[in-house]
Design a protein around this ligand. Sequence first.
Ligand SMILES: [Zn+2]
Length: 246
Amino acid sequence: MALYREQGVVLRSYKLGETDRILHLFTQGRGKVRAVAKGVRRSGSRFGGRLEPFSHVDVQLYEGRELDVVTQAELITSFASVRGDWVLSACGSAMAEGADRVAQPDERSNGLFLLLLAGLRALSDAPAHPAVVLDAYLLRLASVAGYHPYLEGCASCGAPGAHPVFHIASGGTLCAGCAPPGSQPLASPVRAMLGVLADGDWADLGAGLGATGPDARARRAAGAVAHSFLAYHLGRPLRSWELVPR
Ligand SMILES: [Zn+2]
């Protein structure tokens, strides 16, 4: 059995038998790995609390036929503050669910790995509006998955400028000539907010975008567009997205 060492984030875990857990790990080098942590639910387990959801860990595993087996785990960042707050934890769960859906076994994706860590770090910095951090992550997750939202012009004819209609199936904004009849234009603060979600600095997103930032309604509307855009390309919505208070 081959031993290997990886850096990874625990996306989710569930109970197996009396004392074990199955983990979905997203690793930097091997993509998604399903592994068993034996005895982790026993008090005094050698893993301690190091394999909780969101934990960024350095792990050693050996390859199994169905599931790999964790033999060692060292904590890099616990993200305990995210787990310990229900709003942050709901956002972190939606981030992890999204990563779990996009990640593939045996497929390295450094972009996804860095995005997930950036999202969790932004949550752990106690953002003013945690849902904004989540929605930015979701829009960027769509980009990492190969569906970058085109907001700089018309996604159909290429006409430059800020166009008011966001058309999910076309992959971005559409000009008046290309938009299907009856399309609902986005209010301009919502369109502006989408641009911030796509490209804004994590620190600014976390700080709540200042006193002149978009109001709650624009934030919610842009967040709904970000989630719908990702859900459309992934084939279904994220279950944990709806649990996030807005
Ligand atoms: Zn057009």
